[in-house]
Design a protein around this ligand. Structure first.
Ligand code: MN
Length: 286
């Protein structure tokens, strides 16, 4: 049976984005590197929030700002609008993939635990509901008989994602940092290669990177030395007021009405306090 035009367009956007992500000229192994020119806009988790994504697109205005780049993570798995409702966060992911296709040198994504779980079929439960099942119901509501094709294209996109980005002014961006207990077993060379199936499984270093929680300033210090980073920007840990500072790390959240993003000058030098002053709330964007 032929695909519907919508499903065909969604698969095309996801597959084309996956190809661009795999072959990114700014990428080596699973690490993106940004040079000392232009502006970088960093977000936290978005979890299907199309309202904040609209604002991000308006703020970035990539059609007239070629020197601006934007890093996004954790786009899927939203809180359904009412109990029992499907999760429609596939809509945000497809829009973001199109944004990458339209501006391949400006739009970047990082691997996140929700994307990884969706691809691997590792269940996440939230308040008793099955997050993966609700997401798949949303994909089915949008794409019907073409659901499997869209999910396959989605998996190709997720498999392509890099793990982290670093800037020439010492900022390291990833979905999270490994837990303290993983400090000794974490394999730093995971950034130098395309993650293997083992890296992405529980116990693997890519898995540990995107699932880490409960960070302490002294652990952040240790990773700063190991990764040769001045400052960390991450998402993952929910932030009701938009962000939190943990030593030399800022945790950003972009998935709700108090969500934030962080534009920074790629040739500037920053302390954590200076970066904190650059944080913008989505509500401040028209
Ligand atoms: Mn997360």
């Amino acid at each position: 049976m032929n695909e519907t035009p919508d499903a065909r367009a969604a698969c095309q956007a996801l597959q084309e984005a996956a190809e661009l992500i795999r072959d990114d000229p700014d990428r080596q192994g699973s690490l993106l590197s940004f040079g000392a020119a232009g502006q970088l806009v960093v977000t936290g988790d978005m979890h299907g929030n199309t309202r904040n994504f609209d604002k991000l697109q308006r703020f970035c205005a990539l059609e007239r700002s070629p020197a601006r780049r934007v890093v996004l993570h954790e786009l899927i798995h939203e809180e359904p609008q009412y109990p029992g409702a499907p999760d429609f966060s596939i809509d945000l992911l497809v829009r973001a993939a199109r944004w990458k296709c339209d501006f391949p040198d400006s739009v970047f994504f990082l691997q996140s635990n929700h994307e990884l779980s969706q691809m691997c079929g590792h269940e996440i439960t939230k308040g008793g509901r099955s997050v993966l099942h609700d997401f798949e119901r949303g994909v089915h509501a949008r794409y019907g008989k073409d659901t499997d094709n869209v999910l396959a294209a989605l998996n190709e996109y997720i498999m392509a994602l890099p793990l982290a980005a670093r800037t020439s002014n010492g900022i390291f961006i990833s979905h999270s940092l490994p837990d303290r207990v993983m400090m000794h077993s974490f394999d730093d060379s995971v950034f130098l290669r395309k993650p293997t199936a083992e890296d992405l499984m529980p116990g693997g270093s890519a898995y540990a990177l995107v699932w880490g929680r409960y960070h302490h300033p002294e652990v952040v210090e240790i990773y700063a030395k190991r990764f040769d980073a001045q400052l960390f920007l991450v998402g993952h840990t929910p932030q009701e007021t938009g962000y939190e500072v943990v030593g030399r790390m800022i945790i950003l959240a972009s998935d709700h009405a108090h969500g934030v993003f962080l534009p920074l000058d790629l040739n500037g030098r920053f302390t954590v306090a200076e970066l904190e002053r650059n944080i913008r709330k989505f509500v401040s964007v028209e």
